[in-house]
Design a protein around this ligand. Structure first.
Ligand code: SF4
Length: 409
């Protein structure tokens, strides 16, 4: 499990910086073209291993924005240059990453990780809902600075086909900034599929239709949560009266704007009893949905506070999960099961299970060490604790793994 931040010894940092980490050979081969968008040498942090600096001391004179020395025994650099040395965890920052520095801290945050499946543009901590199981409780702050940071981050990413997420909070709260970011993604990162998570409520405003049609981003998709086939249940889960109606209007506006839409359902004690009815509702009322994601709960944030109301062992909703999954699948609606361990699912559902948990927050517990299926399994969120553990968790044998793998292929 890779962490996203670690401490460095930092010298000569005058203000906040975003930097693209680049090796000397990449610098020689590609220069600033290693970045997808506009960049100068000042945006680059040169990755210099101790032996490179000893063998080629002239590298320290290159006009880059910073030098990053990953080894503990690196030779000294010129005193005035911005330098990052001696990382506490040397695995966290790698060449190709984009890192953020702030003068008040020696913490270096990785905002973009080369080749990862979990790169994200985080738009805001604010939200207009307060979902009972929110993994990242909203904050009432003005954090529009994320817009500028993300616009810069897009420039410094690698070009290429990795998926990119956009999330919050609720990204549509900063409508103009979000549209600017989407336009920049389309222009600078045209090969990346971009998946935007939104509760869809503000999209009820029909002016989004023209804005999204004008944007015309062919690799953009939307993930919108729907927790029930009726307003009172959905509104209770999201703790916002009127939210169901707004989200439905928003979903129809996305369809009018020819957007690709995924419906997301977090599985818990409140949403699973009527999961088959919700699957019917989606099929009948949202025929444009391209994918339905049925997602195990992340046991962090507000979910911990609402444990009693939310927790249900996946073994106890297997029937509803099977009915909903096959109802959609048999009618041609692509459906996936996210975030649930294979051993908590019947073998016949394993073909729908995905390894959906981002690498940096994915955990395999002791029981998984002797399990033959760990290479196929989603495992757990790193926030996992015993009280959120299914009584079905157990290492699968090679014979069982073969059965699960056969079902999955
Ligand atoms: S024991 Fe095996 S199937 Fe169960 S969670 Fe661990 S890796 Fe997955």
């Amino acid at each position: 499990m890779l962490r996203r931040e670690t401490q460095f010894e930092i010298q000569n940092l005058a203000g906040p910086r975003l930097l693209k980490v680049i090796t000397a050979s990449e610098l020689i081969e590609k220069g600033t073209a290693v970045c997808a968008g506009h960049a100068t040498f000042d945006d680059l942090a040169l990755w210099l291993e101790a032996h490179e600096l000893r063998d080629h001391p002239g590298l320290a004179a290159l006009p880059v924005g910073a030098f990053l020395c990953p080894d503990q025994d690196s030779p000294d650099l010129p005193k005035a240059v911005l330098q990052l040395r001696a990382p506490k965890d040397p695995q966290v920052v790698r060449p190709g990453d984009v890192i953020a520095l702030t003068p008040t801290s020696n913490l270096v945050r990785v905002l973009y990780r080369r080749g990862a499946n979990s790169n994200l543009l985080f738009i805001t901590d604010r939200c207009n809902s307060l979902c009972l199981m929110c993994s990242q409780p909203p904050k009432d702050v003005d954090d529009r600075w994320h817009i500028e940071e993300n616009l810069r981050l897009i420039d410094l990413m690698d070009a290429g086909e990795e998926n990119l997420g956009i999330s919050g909070g609720e990204p549509t709260l900063y409508r103009e900034g979000l549209l600017e970011i989407l336009a920049k993604c389309k222009a600078v990162l045209p090969e990346k599929s971009t998946h935007l998570l939104s509760n869809g409520r503000l999209l009820k405003d029909p002016s989004w239709i023209a804005a999204l049609k004008h944007l015309n981003h062919s690799r953009l998709s939307w993930g919108v949560p729907l927790y029930a086939d009726n307003a009172s249940d959905h509104d209770h889960v999201v703790q916002a009266p009127g939210a169901f109606s707004e989200t439905m209007q928003g979903l129809y506006n996305l369809a009018r704007a020819n957007q690709v839409v995924e419906i997301r359902v977090v599985l818990n004690r409140l949403t699973t009893p009527r999961l088959p009815e919700l699957a019917h509702f989606v099929f009948r009322n949202l025929p444009f949905a391209r994918h339905v994601a049925l997602m195990g709960i992340e046991s962090t944030g507000l979910a911990k506070k609402h444990y009693e109301e939310l927790w249900i062992d996946p073994l106890d909703y297997q029937e509803q999960l099977s009915q909903a999954t096959y109802f959609l699948h048999n009618r041609g609606v692509p459906v996936s099961i996210y975030n649930l361990p294979l051993c908590a699912l019947p073998a016949h559902l394993s073909c729908f299970a995905r390894q959906s948990i981002s690498d940096w927050k994915n955990l395999f517990i002791d029981a998984c060490q002797s399990c033959a299926a760990s290479s196929l399994c989603a495992g757990f969120f790193k926030s996992h604790t015993d009280r959120w553990q299914s009584r079905g968790i157990r290492p699968l044998s090679t014979e069982e793994f073969t059965r699960y793998a056969r079902s999955a292929s």
